[in-house]
Design a protein around this ligand. Sequence first.
Ligand code: AKG
Ligand code: FE2
Length: 219
Amino acid sequence: MDIRSNRVYGRTVSVLQGSLLDLADEVIVHPLGAVRRTQLDDTAWVDLRPGWIGGADELYAALRRDVPWHAERRQMYDSVVDVPRLQCFYGAEDPLPHPALAECRDALSRYYDIELGEPFVTAGLCLYRDGQDSVAWHGDRIGRSRDQDTMVAIVSVGAPRDLVLRPRGGGSSVRLAAGHGDLLVMGGSCQRTWDHCVPKTTKVVGPRISVQFRVAGVR
Ligand SMILES: O=C(O)CCC(=O)C(=O)O
Ligand SMILES: [Fe+2]
């Protein structure tokens, strides 16, 4: 992968350019068969499906270009601070910015149907411009996920970043690499009993886009 730099939103970000081999590729959503489950404890688990998306360079480039990314500012105690990533949220009725994302959502809904009992409907997109972008420790506990089990399925494209999980009750953390084209699904009680984050890194890393699929009424 070849990385070049340009300026977006007033700061330098690296932009991934497709490798020659991948340039002609279309985006392919592979079968979900190869999903591997890791039990975090008795009630929380994480599923991994590395390389779920083929032609991930193309998907990265299309999302980078076509999504109306915006910066947010948030009240933190007495001050208003920049959210350290760009975002865009697609509700259940919003057309997704790439047909492969609708394919992913529907494939996930089919694959997890029996266990989840409802479809994935929303897609939250994050753009981590460089290693200084991050998401702080949290659980996706807005809405029903506050007191009910749910699943959050995350597709990553672009530079690999770590997603780190830690039990809320204390205990050691689990570090997972979310790589180019990978799928990671947090399930069971994971949102209620564990927190997760994408930590900042001082390493030179290119940009990463994540797509989080959730069920209705969960953020
Ligand atoms: O980018 C990611 O992989 C995680 C994002 C996340 O945890 C969130 O938006 O709730
Ligand atoms: Fe989250």
